[in-house]
Write a protein that binds this ligand. Sequence first.
Ligand code: ADP
Ligand code: ZN
Length: 221
Amino acid sequence: MKCTRLVLIGPPGSGKGTQATRICARYDIPWISTGDILRAAVKAHTPLGIQVQMLLSAGELVGDDLMIDLVRERLAHEDTARGFVLDGFPRTLVQAEALDQMVGGKPLLALVLEVPEAELERRLTSRRICTRCKTLTTSNSLYGSEEELCSKCGAVLITRDDDNIVTIRARLENYRRLTAPLIDYYQQRNWVARIDGTRPPDEVTRNIARVIDERMDLRDC
Ligand code: ADP
Ligand code: ZN
């Protein structure tokens, strides 16, 4: 049997969420977005949500211990038996080492979405999310200039709380400093595939799927 254990690495705005939804549908594996889990906790005012709310709105990272416990618990669910798409984890070396332990040292495929910083800032400041179906879109209008509706379900689109220029710069800086070194960490084991994230979304999906199918050596259960 083949398993598809994927780790998406890329700066905020590189298209991780968009690609994760498509890849998990194609390979029938769950999408695990730590950002979504945390935002849902904030919205529901759970103890976790209350604890992380300030960090999220400042664009700062949540502590490694908390994140590791959260992901360990999620990976214990049966639906991950044939693999998973991790989006937003690991984000630090400590998290990457913990993940290796969680999967018992089995190989992962780290997909690195590459997009230049100027393009990321442009995408993030114009990013909108649907309040109902959570679809992401890029807006043409300036923030707050007019109400926009989701092309899929018609509900109102909003800007994510942490998509403001100050927070965006903090998130990009954290990515450069803490997360980008993970590329070397996985490269040492030859588990990295670099993907050009500036291509149109469908093309990016095709390129990711091609790499996954080529690297069957990384898909042992
Ligand atoms: P981004 O668009 O920055 O990639 P995400 O939706 O992945 O956003 O995450 C949103 C926020 O959630 C991050 O800025 C961070 O505060 C927190 N977060 C998510 N995953 C992690 C993680 N693995 N470690 C620490 N903090 C995290
Ligand atoms: Zn919608």
